[in-house]
Design a protein around this ligand. Structure first.
Ligand code: PLP
Length: 331
């Protein structure tokens, strides 16, 4: 595969490991985890894979500043802030929410990495792209050139991150002599799901790509992925039939809302930590993993009926555990 400009920022390849001790009650399904929470320490998770392409593009365009946006505990914003510090780029984040008195989790790391932050109250969030454009103009006036990265770096450039990850998965499957029935992940801005869907076609991966949405709904992700893939085809002159994409988003596991989880999700996080030493987060991976386990437990009536091997893509998010620590129950 001929990739566009790319920086080497992530620790790759990440391992694909079998869960030996965590078993889904009443099922023989073998679970595997693609350990993308190990792409780095501070910059762990899925975003760094996309940002390898996004930041390379920004540098090719002569930019010295990155502007991006997300929730107050955005993993993507934290990854951008830290990579900016590492590469000597200025980073300006637009975060949804009020400025907290005591920053914690990802926000604490954004500040430690020296990012400038504009807080936008949720009611004004619809204007965040306008604000980004205003900031770009202000930076230009002061002699800087800023690239605006959309939420989650999910666009036709960031899509390459999980296309490249699909090539890595192909190598993992060959090395381990395994053929999963499903490849499962959390979806929030659609770029990981979209990249894996395209990559699974390009690299002829075994296993259906299935996502659990943590916000919005299945229709939103279908539209978003088609849009990103259409722009990707145009920008990179790729031959690809987006009609071939079997976009499957399982609804029903958002819980009370984005960033708010039911007690069962916290219990699943604790169970996996205790049985495997593997840490999920309550915003993304915990909800998706919990959804996957619940669907497996439904047996023939569930979404994974007949499956023997399932790969869960661990997309990171560890720092999102700490701001929600009061939700864990011990003894
Ligand atoms: C930890 C984690 N997992 C999964 C996702 C979802 O990935 P995407 O935004 O590519 O849909 C995100 C970001 O939104 C994330 O931070």
């Amino acid at each position: 595969m001929k990739y566009p400009s790319r920086l080497q920022l992530a620790n790759l390849p990440t391992p694909l490991t079998k869960l030996e001790k965590f078993k889904v009650e009443g099922s023989d399904v073998q679970l595997w985890v693609k350990r993308d929470e190990l792409t780095g320490t501070e910059v762990s998770g899925n975003k760094i894979r996309k940002l390898e392409f996004t930041i390379a593009y920004a540098l090719d365009e002569g930019c010295d500043t990155l502007i991006t946006c997300g929730g107050i505990q955005s993993n993507h914003c934290r990854a951008t802030a830290i990579l900016g510090a590492r590469l000597g780029l200025k980073v300006h984040l637009i975060l949804r929410g009020e400025k907290p008195e005591h920053p914690e989790g990802n926000l604490l790391m954004d500040l430690l990495a020296g990012a400038d932050i504009s807080y936008l109250p949720p009611g004004k969030w619809r204007t965040h792209v306008d604000l980004a454009r205003e900031l770009q103009a202000q930076y230009l006036q002061s002699g800087a050139k800023a690239h605006f990265i959309p939420t989650g770096a999910s666009d036709e450039i960031g899509l390459w991150g999980y296309i490249a990850a699909s090539e890595e998965l192909q190598e993992d499957f060959v090395a381990l002599g395994m053929e999963p029935d499903y490849i499962v992940m959390a979806t929030g801005s659609g770029g990981t799901q979209g990249g894996l869907l395209v990559g699974s076609k390009l690299f002829d991966l075994p296993g259906k790509v299935v996502a659990f949405n943590v916000c919005d709904d299945a229709k939103y992700f279908e539209d978003k992925i088609i849009e990103d893939v259409t722009l990707w085809k145009q920008r990179y002159k790729m031959e690809f039939d987006e009609g071939d994409l079997d976009i499957h988003t399982i609804e029903g596991y958002v819980g009370p809302g984005y960033g708010i989880a039911d007690q069962e999700v916290f219990n699943t996080i604790a169970e996996l930590a205790q049985s495997e030493g593997l840490f999920l987060d309550p915003v993304y991976t915990g909800k998706a993993f919990h959804g996957m386990v619940t669907e497996i437990q439904k047996g023939e009536k569930g979404q994974f009926s007949g499956a023997s091997d399932i790969v869960f893509v661990h997309t990171g998010g560890l720092f999102g555990v700490f701001p929600q620590q009061e939700n864990f129950r011990f003894g």
